[in-house]
Design a protein around this ligand. Structure first.
Ligand SMILES: C[S@@+](CC[C@H](N)C(=O)[O-])C[C@H]1O[C@@H](n2cnc3c(N)ncnc32)[C@H](O)[C@@H]1O
Length: 274
């Protein structure tokens, strides 16, 4: 549309809406990078779940996975707890968490993209899990009351937000005192060239919007969190970078050496003081 500039959030919503529609019609969820010949999207989203977890959820929920880690495997979850997944996509981590907090607990998924919510609800129906609720909304404005959640999980979503301070403040607000933040995200170590940060396609594919590790810790502390830990789960080398950047309309050879070992998937833990 002439004269209309899409916000980052509109672009993210459009991109993930397309990904959800592709999965719903039997295609690949790949959106940050082209699907490779082995069926994997890219080195970030591939092989995140073990066979036990994969067997516990519908095939389509696994196909729709667009995360960069496995927060449910790393987070401590107990029966009776309330879990909230920020940017729940096709619902994989919500469905896995719901099993871990049963009986008596509940898992919420929050997403702003209608097609993702429809896919997630379909996956919930197929999984036959009833202690789950998918909510429509933005992670910058969480539609839940203060002090209502035991554990916040998220998988490769906070890096997409244009207002990460607000997301972290909202996460802090909805957590109960003593509640845990247990999130997988892409984090940058050191400097990333400005041209990469500016490239919105890469932003949507997880890299350009990612925070530096120290910046992430500092933003968590400013939001009120304590006991902050950032633990690398995958560090990406030059071949990963090359695979990820292929098909992005970027001069891979010019950029790949500058990003080698500078970005990683990490598990980020923090607590709200009791
Ligand atoms: C990279 S995908 C990850 C989906 C899911 N966590 C997974 O692991 O498969 C990002 C998801 O976050 C949602 N999302 C992105 N930004 C959001 C925002 N600001 N508020 C709510 N949802 C958002 C998108 O619609 C999409 O479903």
């Amino acid at each position: 549309m002439k004269g209309y500039v899409m916000s980052i959030q509109d672009q993210v919503r459009e991109k993930y809406g397309e990904a959800a529609r592709r999965v719903s019609t039997g295609g690949s969820s790949c959106c940050g990078a082209a699907q490779r010949s082995n069926g994997c999207c890219d080195p970030i989203t591939s092989n995140l779940y073990d066979s036990d977890q994969a067997g516990a959820i519908p095939e389509q929920a696994l196909q729709a996975s667009l995360g960069c880690g496995n927060p449910t495997a790393l987070a401590k979850l107990s029966p009776g707890e309330i879990v909230l997944d920020l940017g729940s996509g096709g619902g994989i981590d919500v469905l896995l968490s719901a099993k871990r907090v049963a009986p008596g607990g509940k898992a919420y998924g929050l997403d702003m993209t209608d097609d993702m919510l429809a896919l997630a609800r379909e996956n919930q129906r197929k999984a036959g899990v009833d202690n789950v609720e998918f909510l429509k909304g933005e992670i910058e404005n969480i539609p839940l009351p203060d002090n209502s959640v035991d554990v916040i999980i998220s998988n490769c979503v906070i890096n997409l937000s244009a207002d990460k301070d607000r997301v972290l403040r909202e996460a802090f607000r909805v957590l109960k005192p003593g509640g845990r933040f247990a999130v997988s995200d892409v984090v940058v170590r050191g400097e990333i060239p400005a041209e990469i940060r500016k490239n919105v396609l890469l932003w949507i594919g997880c890299i350009a919007g990612a925070l530096g590790d120290r910046e992430y810790a500092s933003k968590l502390a400013s939001a009120g969190f304590r006991n902050i830990q950032i633990e690398p789960t995958r560090v990406y080398n030059i071949e990963d970078a090359r695979a990820f950047l292929t098909g992005q309309g970027v001069d891979v050879d010019a950029i790949a050496p500058q990003v080698e070992n500078k970005f990683m998937s990490a598990f980020i833990r923090a607590g709200k003081p009791s």
